[in-house]
Ligand binder design. Structure first.
Ligand code: ADP
Ligand code: MG
Ligand code: MG
Length: 881
């Protein structure tokens, strides 16, 4: 038997089901599922994503038996509908719709009304007794077919439409009559011929097959590639199915219409049905955002039966899928048809609220709730919000479609947004409405503001999904993109002027509005409690200030995994002493300068220990090459020479002598401590004196000293001897015992490979994965990211940026070796990671699998890492994908 390429759905029975997303795409799988649930879905069929994969693997060709299977399925639909595709009197029409396994809302790749031509349109007009409707459908087909299948610039058609409306002195498409539309069709066909060099195809089957090719071809369209890149979707997951479905018509008059709905509010998560609806409209009119839709309550008033049925279906879908759904529907002369359901994209705030409320409603359990909230996204919840008490000038109010707040310079095109963002500017993209071409610019912006469109418009869907602050349908503003300005009442905002958006209430404000810090209370607090019940991996933070420590603690950090000491030396009052130490001729000179630094370091540590009361604090001894601390300009050098009383020429030659060909691999890390033991000694003393000081005041303190860049066991052995000796001295002087630990960073391949030897001298390991990645790949991060890394990723040499997510095949293996070897000689060894990877969900998952005790990351990433740690556990138990 030949392979099945086409899956049928219709009349209550479907070949597919919801679980078959990879094969049928999300849309196709859910159309099948809805059909099986007895929900009214127009019949049709899905051509599988495997056909798409084969299409690309085989030089854009199809299996031989595909067309035959398509014809068979068309015949099945014809049978159910009692109509024929291409029939002159009563033509059956189809929509051709894309749909990948990963849903990509807002791509707008659909072609409606396939099967209409100069003859069938007349049959449809007669049969429906409605010429206007038939012509409206035909002109839409020509436009969509030209745009989606043939790549003709959609503006030609929009301009022609606008021209016609102007000529007739009307504002809305719906005000054009049948004859107007008939003329418009003639114009559209001329545009088609002019642009393509052929007549608009009259053969319905040719239309259908061309539309199919276009949908498969759209996988590699630039906008689809950008969308996938931004959202981290692989090409394979982006392989699309083609859904061919019987048309139903929302443009048959005022008892018809089209809508998009969410079973709960996608911006806030509130459990309230939410829908945008347009009377007498078709297809993507709602998403296109050109007309601002009406609220669904209005539909309830005008067509209560339809409304009630919609509510029933909406609820049954949510019950069935046990998650908030995003649904699309059309009403044809008072009859409701469901055209799509999928998991609704939502803001992080809505994610959390919906997950928590569904547990309280008994729909899902806590583990499912935790698994549903993407770790990466919750950082949004920690960003500052507009201070509601602040005195700001509100110049407009729109719909609060996206989360958070944004402050930036107004820009009026996506290109300009990208340009300015590249220069490091923060911008807000202001448009009448957005379209798929704007996605890159939306990504580059802090926030998005549109004059038209509803909560389900393109700007809202895409903005929410990107986590961008987004205010849509702000009728108070008039956008003049060509003139690079918008007006709101008597206020004129030009390109580059600062504005602020509040995505929670929909306010547009002039200037930069003041912000307040958010808190981790309410639903977020509840969810994070569940997270902590699940996870076993610890989460610490990287910080070297008391303020950072306090913030991280509020975010749930269980200690400091990395406190760098070098930043402390850069402060105004210290840098001179530091420099004095560096340029000193001998140990005596160095000790003199170090003595000045000692009390300052001690004070820093005291404050940090206080902030981290009863939690462990890992302090790393001096790491960067000394050269970094020295002045670089002639002027600064002269000043330093004067300040510390040395001869300028001598100072210069000293600075020269410290210059290194490759500082990253030079005289740094523990190598400094080996050359100048007095530096380690001073730092150990500052740490232990601080510890003793706070301990005396009854504050529980757990200091841990970490030696960087160890490559040989002996290096650590020597450094540790210094720390232990000083600790003993300090505790004897104070007459007080404080428990402390000494450990090392593992950030060189040699350290990982000889971890068994190193662990004999270490109480803990902390993987410095930034350096470990650099030294394993033999590539410096700064040089790679600035120059060739992107190219490496794009050409597939690298799977992703290894500085963002741990390279499991190389760096990861070194980590596994080090953990295993280290624990072999020292079973008590505590193991964690303090590279930036500690806040990256994928890397956190790896760390859990590698058996680490904790991850450490920047304060704002702490909640992300906690959630990622819970996810890692759930995944390991097969409770999450
Ligand atoms: P997207 O993937 O962008 O959501 P869809 O394939 O869902 O695109 O198509 C967009 C819109 O086109 C739908 O929301 C619906 O309004 C309209 N549409 C698609 N198929 C049909 C159909 N068979 N009958 C009527 N309208 C349709
Ligand atoms: Mg689509
Ligand atoms: Mg859709």
């Amino acid at each position: 038997m030949s392979e099945k390429h086409v899956y049928f759905f219709g009349a209550g029975k479907a070949d597919g089901k919801a679980e078959m997303k990879r094969l049928l795409g999300g849309k196709g799988a859910n159309l099948a599922e809805m059909t099986n649930l007895g929900i009214p879905v127009p019949p049709g069929f899905t051509i599988t994503t495997d056909v798409c994969r084969n299409y690309y693997n085989n030089n854009k060709t199809y299996p031989e038996d595909l067309d035959g299977q398509i014809r068979e399925n068309i015949a099945k639909v014809e049978e159910i509908m009692g109509m024929k595709f291409g029939d002159r009197e009563d033509p059956l029409l189809f929509s051709v719709r894309s749909g990948a396994a990963m849903s990509m809302p807002g791509m707008m790749e659909t072609i409606l009304n396939v099967g209409l031509n100069d003859e069938t349109v007349e049959g449809m007009a007669k049969k429906a007794g409605n010429r206007r409707f038939a012509y409206d459908s035909y002109r839409r087909l020509i436009q969509m077919f030209s745009d989606v299948a043939m790549g003709v610039d959609i503006e030609f058609f929009e301009d022609a439409l606008a021209e016609k409306k102007k000529e007739k002195g009307v504002e809305l498409d719906t005000e054009l009559d049948a004859d107007d539309l008939k003329e418009l069709i003639a114009t559209y066909k001329e545009i088609y011929k002019r642009e393509i060099g052929e007549e608009f195809p009259q053969d319905p089957m040719k239309q259908l097959l061309t539309a199919r090719d276009a949908v498969f071809g759209s996988r590699d369209a630039e906008r689809a590639i950008i969308y996938r890149r931004i959202n981290g979707i692989s090409d394979d997951q982006g392989s699309t199915a083609v859904n061919v479905q019987t048309m139903v018509f929302g443009n048959m008059g005022d008892d018809s219409g089209t809508g998009v709905a969410f079973t709960r509010n996608p911006a806030t998560g509130e459990n309230k049905f939410f829908a945008d609806y347009l009377f007498n409209a078709q297809g993507e009119d709602v998403v296109a955002g050109i007309r601002t839709p009406i609220h669904v309550e209005e539909l309830g008033k005008q067509m209560p039966d339809v409304y009630n049925q919609l509510r029933e279906i909406e609820q049954s879908l949510e019950d069935h899928y046990k998650d908030m759904q995003d649904i699309e529907f059309t009403v044809q002369q008072g009859k409701l048809w469901m055209l799509q359901t999928r998991r609704g994209k939502r803001t992080a705030m809505a994610d959390v609220r919906i997950a928590v409320e569904m547990v309280k409603e008994g729909v899902i359990d806590k583990e499912t709730a935790v698994s549903r909230v993407p770790a990466e996204k919750i950082e949004q919840l920690l960003f500052p919000m507009i201070d509601s008490k602040a005195d700001v000038k509100i110049i407009g109010k729109g719909l609060p479609a996206g989360p958070g707040a944004a402050v930036g310079k107004a820009v009026f095109t996506a290109e300009r947004a990208e340009e300015m963002a590249k220069e490091g500017e923060k911008v807000i993209l202001v448009r009448n409405f957005t379209s798929p071409e704007d996605v890159g610019g939306m990504h580059a912006s802090q926030g998005i503001l549109t004059a038209t469109g509803g909560m389900t418009s393109h700007a809202a869907i895409v903005g929410r999904d990107m986590g961008k602050c987004c205010v849509v349908g702000c009728g108070d503003i008039a956008v003049d993109a060509v003139g690079k300005k918008f007006t709101a009442g008597d206020v004129v905002v030009k390109e580059g002027d600062l504005i602020s958006l509040d995505g929670h209430v929909g306010n547009v404000m002039l200037g930069a509005a003041p912000m307040v810090e958010p808190s981790m209370s309410g639903d977020f607090g509840t969810l994070i409690e569940w997270v902590d019940e699940i996870r076993t991996l610890g989460v610490k933070t990287n910080t070297d200030t008391p303020a950072g420590a306090r913030r991280a603690r509020a975010f749930g950090a269980e200690g400091i995994g990395l406190c760098r000491t070098e930043h402390m030396f850069f402060e105004e009052d210290r840098i001179t002493s530091m420099r004095e130490m560096i340029v000193a001729d001998d140990e005596e000179g160095r000790r003199k300068a170090l003595e000045k630094l000692l009390p300052m370091q001690r004070k820093d540590f005291i404050e940090i220990f206080e902030a981290m009361e009863s939690l462990p604090v890992i302090i790393r001894t001096l790491d960067p090459p000394l050269h970094e601390f020295l002045p670089h300009t002639e002027e600064d050098m002269a000043e330093l020479a004067k300040e510390i009383g040395v001869d300028l020429a001598k100072l210069k030659s000293k600075i020269d002598s410290l210059h290194e060909a490759n500082p990253m691999l030079g005289h740094r890390g523990c190598r400094l401590g080996v050359s100048y033991p007095e530096i380690t000694e001073m730092q150990a003393r500052a740490i232990m004196e601080a510890a003793v000081d706070v301990a005396k005041r009854g504050i529980k303190v757990i200091p841990e000293v970490m030696i960087p860049l160890v490559g040989q066991a002996r290096e650590l052995e020597l450094q540790r001897a210094i720390v232990d000796r000083v600790a003993k001295e300090v505790m004897e002087e104070a007459g007080l015992e404080v428990e402390y630990m000494v450990g090392t960073m593992i950030e060189l391949p040699r350290a990982a490979l000889t971890a068994d030897e190193i662990a004999e001298h270490a109480q803990f390991f902390s993987f410095g994965t930034n350096d470990l990645t650099q030294t394993t790949f033999g590539m410096s991060r700064d040089d790679a990211e600035g120059k060739f890394l992107q190219e490496y990723v794009e050409s597939g040499i690298l799977e992703g940026n290894p500085f963002m997510s741990i390279d499991e095949k190389g760096v990861g293996v070194l980590i596994e070796i080090a953990v295993e070897k280290g624990r072999k000689t020292n079973p008590e060894l505590e193991v964690g990671i303090c590279g930036e990877h500690g806040g990256d969900p994928k890397s956190v998952d790896f760390c859990y699998r590698a058996g680490l005790d904790y991850v450490s990351c920047s304060p704002f990433r702490v909640p992300v890492a906690r959630l990622a740690a819970a996810h890692a556990k759930l995944r390991s138990e097969g409770k999450m994908e």
